[in-house]
Design a protein around this ligand. Structure first.
Ligand SMILES: N[C@@H](CCC(=O)N[C@@H](CS)C(=O)NCC(=O)O)C(=O)O
Length: 205
């Protein structure tokens, strides 16, 4: 059976794990406790020299980077998350690329300042929050405008693109993402939250 090295609070873990659940692919789950620094053990670094989760281990094939894992998992069976059409796949990869390069970068600073920093005993710095919010708004507006016309990101059906982009909203509430002006993002995310695969990978449950 394929092994997934994972840490449930990790949004990158969630992307890959949710795809496996949605497609009913059995996984042997191996916890890598990031709070204990287990991503830095020599055993784990031998699997992923970047020291991050998730990692997939399928026989003698080791794969790190969540997006690559999602595509690999979804390539194992015919399914609508990753349809065979070259254009649909390119469209999915467009959103996955945007998520990795821009959406994550827009969400991460707010998440750190409003959610992670207080957990570490610090306090959000209003100046940093203001700058982080500006960055968030620039990308959120693009997503909201697109979702005003579409129920899902690609082809009006759930695909890998939705799991990728949704992962950054895992901590939207406690990180106080300013989503009030983005009703279409909210409605889309509620659709994702209705999926058993998203519910079963919710670290906040
Ligand atoms: N680009 C990587 C990012 C993976 C990543 O940042 N994982 C985080 C958890 S969400 C991690 O393992 N952090 C541990 C560390 O940085 O020490 C992917 O998409 O898989």
């Amino acid at each position: 059976m394929m092994k997934l090295y994972y840490f449930p609070p990790s949004p990158n873990t969630r992307k890959a794990h949710a795809v496996a659940i949605h497609l009913d692919l059995p996984l042997d789950l191996r916890l890598v406790d990031l709070q204990q620094g287990e991503q830095r053990t020599p055993e784990f670094m031998a699997l992923n020299p970047t020291g991050r989760v998730p990692v997939l281990h399928d026989d003698d094939f080791v794969l790190w980077e969540a997006t690559a894992i999602m595509q690999y998992l979804a390539s194992r069976t015919a399914n609508s998350l990753w349809p065979e059409s070259a254009q649909v796949r390119a469209d999915i990869m467009r959103w996955q690329s945007w998520q990795l390069a821009h959406w994550h970068a827009a969400c991460q600073p707010l998440q750190y300042e409003n959610f992670v920093k207080p957990m570490l005993g610090g306090e959000p710095d209003p100046q940093v929050v203001k700058k982080a919010a500006e960055r968030f708004h620039a990308e959120a507006a693009v997503l909201n405008n697109y979702l005003a016309e579409h129920d899902f990101l690609v082809g009006n059906a759930l695909t890998l693109a939705d799991f990728s982009v949704a992962s950054d909203l895992t901590y939207a509430e406690p990180a106080r993402f300013p989503l009030a002006d983005y009703p279409h993002i909210q409605a889309w995310y509620r659709r994702i939250e209705g999926l058993p695969a998203w519910q079963q990978t919710n670290p906040r449950e």
